[in-house]
Design a protein around this ligand. Sequence first.
Ligand code: MF3
Ligand code: CO
Length: 253
Amino acid sequence: MLYLKSDSEIEKIRDASRIAAEAMLRVREVVKIGCSTNELDAVAAKYISNQGANASALNYRGYPKSICTSINNEIVHGIPGPRQLLNGDIISVDIAVNKNGFHGDMNVTMLVGQVKEDVQKLVETTQTCLELGLAESTPDKRIGDIGHCVQSHAEKCGYSVVREYCGHGIGREFHEEPQLLHYGSRNTGRRLQIGMVFTIEPMINAGNKETCLLEDNWTAVTADGSLSAQFEHTVAVTANGPDILTRFEDLPF
Ligand code: MF3
Ligand code: CO
C-alpha cells in the first residue's frame, strides 16, 4: 500500500526531519581524528531524546544503536562501536528520527582530517548523484527516471551503484512503499504523484557494485574492498516540484 501524504502530514515529516538534520550538525561538529563512532551515536541519541523524539533505527529489526556509521569500504548500516576515526577516513552517518508518529531520514558522508583527492571526488560525485535524483522528483516523472539519473552520473564518473539497498517511502512507517532503486531506465516504473514522500539514498562504490554482509548481519561492505559513499534526503513530490524535507536554510545539508 502506498500512502500519499496530506500537506499537514508532510509538515510532520519535516518536523522529524529537522531534528535529524540538527542531530547531524552536532555529529559533524564532533567528527574528528580519534573520535569513536560510539561517541557520535551518543551525541545523536542525546540530542534526539532531548527533542522529545526517537531514533528510528534504535531497535528497528533488532538494530542496537541510534544511528548508522559506515567507514571507508563499509557501504551502509555500520554499527557504532569503539572504532576510532583516522586521518583520511570517510564516514557515512545515517540519522532517522520519529517525532509525533512521523519519520524523517537522512545521510551525509563526512571527511576526517586530510582526505585524498580521489576520495573527495567519490564523495562529491555521490552528493551530485543525490541532487540529480532529487531534481527528478516531480509529478511528471517516474521512479525509473530518478534511478536513471543517479546511475548515469555515477557510471560516467567511473563508479558503480549498489543494488542491494534502495530508497524507500517514509511517513508513519520508517520504510514504506515505494521502493526506489538507484539505477534504472527513463520512463519506467511507477509514476510519481503529488503527496508521495520517499528517500533517495544512493550508495556509490569506487570499485565494482558487489557487496558482502559482515558477521554482525548489518554492516554491508564492498566485495572488492573499495571505498563507498552515501548521501540521503527525504523528499516530497509536490505541485511546485521537489520539497526536500531534510533540508533547511539554516543548516548545511
Ligand atoms: N537510512 C537507512 C535505511 O533506510 C537507515 C537504516 S537504520 C537501520 O535503510 F536500523 F535499519 F539500520
Ligand atoms: Co533510508
